[in-house]
Design a binder for this molecule. Structure first.
Ligand code: AMP
Ligand code: MG
Length: 400
């Protein structure tokens, strides 16, 4: 049997084999969250577009202090100011443009207005409380670069320069197959002997959608070579990529790998990862296929660590790696595994910094180990862990 492929090497292979992203389309800002920019966005205006007041108060010239100064105009947000006459002050409100001629805003807490004349207490420095034109965005700046997955705050930034629609990649279409004679759909009634509910289908469909991708749900596939071949061909014909679960191991009832080899080709199979060893990657009719293991936790972990970066790269994203943090082990493990292991852990911060504690049952069939954890901790291959050792940790929130 072929040796197990190290995780880093498998990831390199996956990323190098990601096809070019789908074509681009214009999307209104409201529908663009999570979409991937297909072109740089360059600011053609400055933000703020003009100097404006950071406070409710009075705009004036610092050289005219200490006053008192007559109040010569009133400027609310949304109004255009007039030139400030030297030796006068303008009543001004937060966000209102600073009148030409003024160089300072004094906050109203420092001011008293008596019979139309302003008296100021305390120190005043030129430039106080003015938000300068372009302090957020300068004209001509590359605001967001091609290959970025748009976040809610990015939509705000784009809106702030007046952009109403953006050029993004069409959402990747991913065909989802769940193999296994034992699988029945939740909601379809009680289980018969030997049956289990199809949990991966819901978890993986939701993971794909949370990446902004479109799911072509191909349902359940029976454990026969013919049904597997039919399903693979149909899935490959209906999507940009195929994602399957189950049937990639070495049992007599596992047909995904052999059918991918028969109908297309296999580039990866069997990785040095725990959980998730049997993962397969190849193509059918030129359409990439990721065969995830059937055990729900294996399916989840390999999706996050391998399928996700591949799919994001295929979708056109530049930065596809999760953020790995460092935290101390709050546990001991005397037995080293020859595979790199990803423990489902709870990361918490205490007096001595960040620390992780693993969920008690790390079996690949125990999906609650994912649900009741908030991070994955990486244990390198052939490594034992002593309490207090540094570990690489990725928050689940950064992986889905
Ligand atoms: P397999 O990779 O097909 O050998 O499946 C490994 C284990 O995962 C078996 O116990 C299967 O019953 C279980 N399994 C496979 N597919 C699913 C699924 N879609 N939902 C929940 N469990 C599954
Ligand atoms: Mg199976």
């Amino acid at each position: 049997m072929t040796p197990l492929v190290p995780v880093a090497e498998a990831l390199d292979t996956l990323l190098s084999k990601a096809p070019p992203p789908p074509h681009s389309e214009l999307r209104p800002l409201h529908g663009a969250c999570g979409a991937v920019l297909a072109a740089d966005v360059v600011a053609d205006i400055a933000v703020p577009p003009e100097d404006n007041s950071a406070m409710d108060g009075y705009a004036l010239r610092a050289v005219d202090m200490p006053g008192p100064l007559p109040v010569s105009q009133r400027i609310a947000a949304g109004q255009a100011p007039r030139l400030l006459l030297p030796g006068t002050a303008a009543r001004i409100f937060t966000g209102a443009p600073v009148p030409p001629g003024a160089d300072t805003v004094v906050m109203q807490e420092q001011c008293t207005e008596v019979n139309g004349a302003l008296e100021v207490r305390g120190e005043v420095r030129a430039g106080d409380n003015i938000r300068l034109r372009g302090q957020d965005i300068v004209t001509g700046a590359c605001l967001l670069a091609r290959g970025r997955r748009l976040r809610p705050e990015d939509l705000g930034l784009l809106a702030s320069i007046g952009v109403g629609q953006v050029r993004v990649r069409r959402a990747l279409r991913v065909a989802l197959l769940a193999t296994g004679d034992e699988l029945v759909e939740p909601g379809s009634g009680p289980l018969q002997p030997g049956q289990i509910y199809n949990s991966n289908r819901f978890m993986l469909a939701a993971l794909l959608r949370s990446l902004g991708m479109e799911v072509v749900d191909c349902g359940r596939v029976a454990d026969t070579p013919a049904a597997t071949a039919d399903a693979l061909l149909q899935a490959a014909g209906s999507a940009d990529c195929v994602l399957s679960t189950g049937g990639v191991s070495v049992g007599d009832e596992d047909h995904v790998r052999s059918q991918v080899e028969r109908l297309g080709s296999l580039a990866l199979w069997r990785l040095a990862i725990k959980p998730g060893k049997p993962l397969a990657f190849g193509e059918v009719g030129g359409v990439p296929l990721l065969g995830l293991p059937g055990n729900p936790t294996s399916s989840f972990v390999t999706f996050c660590l391998l399928a996700r970066p591949f799919l994001l790269r295929f979708q056109g994203v530049d930065d596809v790696e999760p953020l790995w943090l460092r935290a101390r082990a709050g546990f001991t493990r005397d037995k080293a595994d020859r595979r790199e292991e990803y423990l489902r852990v709870t990361l918490s911060s205490g007096e001595s910094g960040m620390r992780v504690v693993p969920f008690a049952n790390q079996s690949s069939g125990v999906l609650s180990s994912v649900c009741y954890s908030n991070a994955l901790a990486r244990i390198p291959a052939a490594t034992t862990v002593a309490e207090g050792d540094w570990l690489d940790v990725a928050l689940l929130d950064s992986l889905n």
